[in-house]
Design a protein around this ligand. Sequence first.
Ligand SMILES: Nc1nc2c(ncn2[C@@H]2O[C@H](COP(=O)(O)OP(=O)(O)OP(=O)(O)O)[C@@H](O)[C@H]2O)c(=O)[nH]1
Ligand SMILES: [Mg+2]
Length: 629
Amino acid sequence: MSASHAHADPHAPSWIVALVGNPNCGKTALFNLLTGARQKVANYAGVTVERKVGTARLRSGQALSVVDLPGAYSLTPATPDEQVTLEVIEGRRHGEAAPDAIVAVVDATNLRMNLRLVLELKRLGRPMIVALNMADVARAEGLVIDVKKLSQELGCAVVETVAVKHDGHAQLLAELEREFAAGLPPTHEEKLVGDAPSSADLQREVRRILASVAPNAMKVQRFHHRLDGVVMHPVWGLALLAAMLFLIFQAVFSWANVPMDAIKAGMANLGAWTTAHMAEGPLRSLLVDGVIAGAGSVIVFLPQILILFLFILLLEDSGYLPRAAFLLDNIMGKVGLSGRAFIPLLSSFACAIPGIMATRTIANWRDRLATIMIAPLMTCSARLPVYALLIGAFVPDRAVGPFNLRGLTLFALYVAGVVSAMAVAWIFKRVWMKSSYQPLMLELPPYRVPGLRNLVLGLWERARIFLRRVGTIIFSLMVILWFLSTYPAPPAGATGPAIQYSIAGLLGQALQHVFAPLGFNWQISVALVPGLAAREVAVGALGTVYSLSAAGESVADTLAPVIAQGWSLATAYALLAWYVFAPQCISTLAVVRRETNSWRYPVLMAAYLFVLAYVAAFVTYRVTLWLGG
Ligand SMILES: Nc1nc2c(ncn2[C@@H]2O[C@H](COP(=O)(O)OP(=O)(O)OP(=O)(O)O)[C@@H](O)[C@H]2O)c(=O)[nH]1
Ligand SMILES: [Mg+2]
């Protein structure tokens, strides 16, 4: 979702400026500020893994293309995301010119590390401006930086910025304008200045500059050590992590009740109102059974999704995530994953697609592949509606000690996903590709109190994405499904509900042969098909299918009781088990194809997930039946 070029004057030449800097120094925050984009900003290294372009305006009205890049520690790339950065800077990307100027973004609180890259960038001989970001934190820590002197040392303009507030970006734009007004060098050819300095040389140079511009830099103490004593403690740390995750799933159920009931009631009223005010006929059925019962039954889950994301955003912004990665590095190492896999896997709880893209921060190809292969086993937010619907229908709302049984069940389902992911990774690495354990190298960001603005924007963004999904793909699938479930009309003298004679009904009955051993009836079998495109649709599809089977009454508000009566407990548990693995998500497979550049892995992934889902559902069904469910 990069900002568009729509406003740019097509005749004016547009300068290209690239934001380059170490990971987690605030490039994307600055990019968002300059261009009005809403790219993801979070407090750990490796958030951005792709280049993104947006448009900023200079005071003269001239448009400026701003490129946000993945963070890099040096111009010698070690991981695929750093590779992207180097390619863009050098203009080696297909059909893309090299940037006209570089904004070197620097974390002012960590100059010792950040200045190395600046020195490397300077050797490119391109027009450059340094954005001394996190100026607010530096000030709070009592760090004194002589900006003028730094500018002299580096031979380019230095601007202090606070990217999370509206601070400094106007000045940055003004400096850029001045730079461009002075005229750009005639060619973009690389003109490296002198021989490449050795790492030790760079370090020495950095130390020299620091001593003159920020003499107290080495003395300023970071104060988060004491907190880390608990958070990263092998026992207390793990206990804290478990407690936190647990709390999240409890909250997803207990906090969401009120808003969910409100949405449900709203949908039910809408359905009743439409039924009352429209003449009986196909259009009314399309609206009531297709749109309201279908898409409406998915919207109900918005509050739960937002609560889940509220916690994810809090974890991301606080700086906790990389610490959890360290805590789990040992455990992940035992199954053959790198600790670096933690953040991609955690992102997969939102959706496997950004998770799979985030694996670009893993340098070792086999480690990366193993992580990609198990990412879909993390429970993505599209599965939450399915889980929530079934749990709401079959699991009593009962307290178990201080906990809620529904929250416990949801937690167990998430754990089932994680445990199977670990098991698959273990097998994968044993059988498929042996690679040795590599110790985790990850930067620990400072703890930060999550910013309210970032939280609100993040939640808004999630709500928008979800509602857009409901309004586009889910809505269209529901309309298609309604047609397939309504036509052809039943033959004269037919006895059962009309849907049984429709295309969808016939399809469901055919598929039922495949799924009967799992205890799935034909309604479920129909619902699994549109679930291929978006998993939440399975819920909407059940809404429509049952609505049409139930003599035309709206089930938007009553889907849960309807299936609670119609299904056995064994069927419900089997469907839950199916969705722990749920092989069907076409977009995930497409991204795997793109990231691995081969058909082999998406095919392998779909196959293994299908087998796992089938076996798990079968076993669950049989065992529950056997236990008397
Ligand atoms: N206090 C303060 N926080 C900032 C500032 N700029 C960025 N941050 C925070 O720093 C963290 C990192 O910001 P990002 O913009 O994601 O950093 P990035 O350089 O794009 O990181 P990568 O994409 O991982 O390379 C986030 O938690 C931001 O909210 C700033 O000027 N002041
Ligand atoms: Mg970024």
